[in-house]
Design a protein around this ligand. Structure first.
Ligand code: DON
Length: 561
């Protein structure tokens, strides 16, 4: 199956070479490409394109199919962002379907009597779950931008849920990891631990309840999930498991359309996520800082050192200033201005690391990978979608409200539950990201378009706090001429202000580079876990070539389909 998946992509790319040389208009590639984290999801998108759908219909199909085939990453019980490019009007739209805190949520809801954070309360079970946005996002995409009825685009996902998906390594690894939490959810266990066991690779996992919920969404749109029978089952299940959702919370959920955040670096325009994601702001800020250097003239170690210093400073501001703009007023204009970056540059030394504690506003240090998914699509008319969707960590809250088949997210962990306390991704934050009813938790998800006279790249990845720096490293490669497969295969490193560490994956730094960075004052940490699962589609204007590439890390871990 995997090889068919790759084959199809190769065929698509090959067709592109033939078809588009004549039609190499910057508006329409004349061919389509899809890169997603699961071959069944890619096939679902392809089916919908073949049925006459556009990139937005395909995005609905891929998103819904991922909810079934990659149940540990995203799903109807979660949320996400879809960045759209409308070829006809040359307009970019950001569809924000992020979860919101329930109406009964309180800033101190995860603290114990002594003010300490209650271990696992933000991660396991329904109290960890925000009100989902994913189903509303699907309805919104189909109704406002699609060509096909919602029910048609959901059909492949319904089939997958009812007929089943073979268990693969990523899926079973996640089940091992979530076993203890899942034991409290009989409905979850019934689907994912048949006979009380982790399924063998290749065993077919069926989720007929999820099929029914998808059918309800297909038939009744928003009301098929957020009102009526499905909503009642969701709320009953959540409340009996100790959660605080109400029917009113579900009925009040709304998708928000936002202006994407645009920034520039050299000849490249970066179109990325605005708040409540930190992605676009951090990318703009990092590229603005980098604009003051000639990266080509720096030796390898100095280049990496500089990238780390730039990451450190952007993540400091993430911690200090960012949160849902409906609840505070983060200084976005200032943070994304060239003037501000100039000031930050003044504190960067090329020969020495700046300790994070030495930067103004550093909170005290604190202690602690996971899942999410990204896909990229271009259609023959040049419509594009970059979608990053999540239920947060592996299998979200590891809880299914009985009768729904829907795995709840544990996205409440993305809020700052206590000033200075690190979340699952070791991120710290402040008041701007404190919990409040109806508020969207700050995200790092960064679906992104890169545009230059050379062409277009559609980029994104899971990886929690590391998402933004992964997108940044991929963008730097792209303007230096990299193709899609080099972008997804790139070795990665990361700094997020706190903990004050350069986190890197095997092969990202040579022994000599490690020694040289330590010499400059950096502490380094080898990350043993999978570093992202990037999906990229590129379109080269000169050759007309359209290329799709999936992260080899996903291939290694998910080789059995
Ligand atoms: O929105 C966020 O930033 C996180 N909930 C994303 C989680 C994630 O990427 C997990 N993947 N490894």
């Amino acid at each position: 199956m995997r090889s068919q998946h790759i084959l199809r992509r190769v065929v698509i790319a090959w067709l592109a070479v033939v078809v588009t040389t004549a039609a190499a208009s910057p508006r329409a590639p004349g061919t389509a490409a899809i890169a997603s984290a699961h071959p069944r999801a890619t096939a679902a998108g392809q089916e919908i394109l073949d049925a006459g759908g556009n990139a937005f219909d395909a995005a609905v199909a891929v998103s819904a199919a991922l909810a079934v085939a990659e149940p540990y990453s995203s799903g109807l019980g979660g949320g996400g962002f879809w960045l759209l490019h409308l070829a006809k009007s040359q307009r970019d739209v950001f569809v924000d379907a992020r979860e919101v805190a329930p109406g009964a949520a309180r800033p101190d809801m995860y603290l114990d009597a002594n003010g300490g954070v209650r271990a696992d309360a933000t991660l396991d079970g329904p109290l960890a779950a925000g009100i989902p946005g994913h189903p509303a996002g699907l309805v919104h995409l189909a109704r406002r931008y699609g060509r096909l009825p919602l029910a048609r685009s959901l059909a492949p996902a319904i089939r997958l849920a009812e007929e089943g998906v073979p268990a693969h390594v990523r899926l079973t690894t996640g089940l091992r990891f979530r076993r203890a939490a899942a034991a409290k959810s009989p409905a979850f266990s019934a689907v994912f631990y048949p006979n009380g066991e982790i399924p063998a690779p290749g065993a077919v996992i069926r989720n007929p309840d999820l099929g029914r919920t998808l059918r309800s969404l297909a038939a009744r749109g928003f009301d098929g999930f957020y009102r009526g029978e499905t909503a009642a089952m969701l709320v009953d299940g959540v409340r009996s498991g100790g959660g605080i959702w109400t029917l009113a919370d579900l009925a009040a959920y709304r998708v928000i359309e936002r202006q994407p955040l645009r920034s520039r670096f050299r000849e490249m325009t970066i179109v990325s996520a605005p708040l409540p994601s930190a992605g676009g702001i951090a990318l703009a800020n990092m590229f603005n800082m980098l604009a003051g250097y000639d990266l080509g003239k720096l030796d390898g170690v100095s280049r990496k050192h500089l990238l780390v210093e730039v990451m450190r400073r952007a993540y400091r501001d993430r911690a200090l200033f960012l949160g849902d703009p409906a609840f505070s007023s983060p200084p976005v204009e200032r943070l994304t201005s060239a003037y501000y970056a100039e000031g930050q540059r003044a504190s960067i030394r090329l020969d020495r690391a700046t300790p994070s504690a030495a930067l103004p506003g550093a909170p005290s240090d604190a202690g602690q990978g996971s899942d999410t998914t990204h896909f990229s699509i271009i259609d023959r008319d040049g419509n594009r979608v970059a979608g990053t969707l999540s239920i947060n960590t592996w299998y979200g809250a590891a809880f299914i409200p009985p009768g729904t088949g829907v795995i709840l997210n544990n996205e409440m962990d993305d809020f700052t539950v206590k000033a200075g306390a690190a979340n699952w991704f070791e991120l710290v934050g402040g008041d701007a990201n404190a919990i409040a009813p109806g508020k969207r938790m700050l995200s790092s998800m960064s679906p992104t378009f890169l545009e230059s006279p050379r062409g277009v790249a559609i980029v994104g990845t899971p990886g929690g706090s590391r998402i933004i720096t992964m997108v940044m490293l991929a963008a730097l490669e792209w303007i230096d001429g990299a193709d899609a497969s080099r972008m997804v295969g790139l070795k990665r490193f990361h700094h997020q202000f706190l903990p004050d560490l350069v986190d890197y994956e095997e092969g990202a730094l040579t022994k000599d580079e490690i020694a040289a960075l330590e010499q400059r004052g950096h502490s380094l940490r080898l990350n043993q876990r999978s570093y992202g699962n990037m999906n990229v589609v590129t379109w080269d204007f000169a050759t007309g070539k359209v290329e799709a590439a999936t992260d080899p890390r996903g291939l290694v871990e998910g080789q059995i389909y």
